[in-house]
Ligand binder design. Structure first.
Ligand SMILES: [Zn+2]
Length: 223
């Protein structure tokens, strides 16, 4: 009996995987990929756009407070967030007709606090995405056999983990020294996956850890 239930489950899964093949542009929204997956991708698009807007506001505040190197980190993080949002948007467009989807909540305007507080807030947001949101959504995409979505979500999760690592290190430096003079004054953003770095190797010698493009192609954030 158990065996029969399992076979039915496998058959149902196979059917689903075939229907979710990222060629669903001509299908109505309710006949595309798993609606839960569409919801998940819509959620991470807004989450990355919101994070990008927050980090942009934090960058402006850091500049006002004369933390120019922290401002550059926030700008790099904001750029990375928007790259991730665009990647997620491309995945969504390949899943379904996005014009038929209900609009998502608008991005909220954040009220920046002090730079150390803003760093903490940004780190906490990374923590939430890295430990709760992305692992859950990656698991669902893996279950659905949707490799394009799995890759994009994994890049985003690793990128957020990396952002958090730099945020924590910079917060520690600023808290200890009371200034950001020893924080890197140049940050690099991978234009494909959004991974950030405070240094790159000599031109042409290394590639992005996540997506593999040459580090010399990274976007430079230094003002
Ligand atoms: Zn990359």
């Amino acid at each position: 009996m158990k065996k029969r239930v399992l076979s039915v489950a496998i058959a149902a899964t196979s059917l689903f995987v075939i229907s979710c093949n990222h060629h669903a542009k001509d299908l109505p929204a309710d006949n595309a990929c798993d609606p839960a997956m569409v919801e998940n991708i819509q959620y991470v698009i807004v989450a990355e756009q919101q994070s990008s807007a927050n980090n942009k506001a934090y960058a402006q505040k850091a500049t006002e407070e004369n933390h120019n190197n922290v401002a550059k980190l926030f700008s790099a993080k904001s750029k990375a967030d928007s790259i991730r949002a665009e990647k997620h948007k491309a995945v969504l467009a390949s899943m379904t007709d996005t014009t038929k989807l209900a609009p998502r909540p608008a991005i909220k305007k954040v009220q920046p606090k002090s730079t150390p507080e803003n760093l903490k807030q940004s780190i906490n947001d990374d923590e939430y995405q890295v430990t709760i949101v992305y692992p859950n959504y990656i698991e669902q995409a893996v279950m659905a056999g949707d490799s394009l979505t799995v890759t994009t979500l994994q890049w985003a999760a690793e990128g957020r983990k990396n952002d958090q690592k730099y945020g924590l290190a910079v917060l520690e430096t600023v808290s200890k020294n009371g200034n950001d003079m020893s924080v890197s004054d140049t940050w690099y953003v991978c234009p494909i996956c959004g991974s950030i770095s405070d240094s790159i190797s000599k031109a042409g010698t290394k590639n992005c850890n996540e997506c593999g493009i040459a580090e010399e192609d990274f976007i430079v954030v230094n003002n």
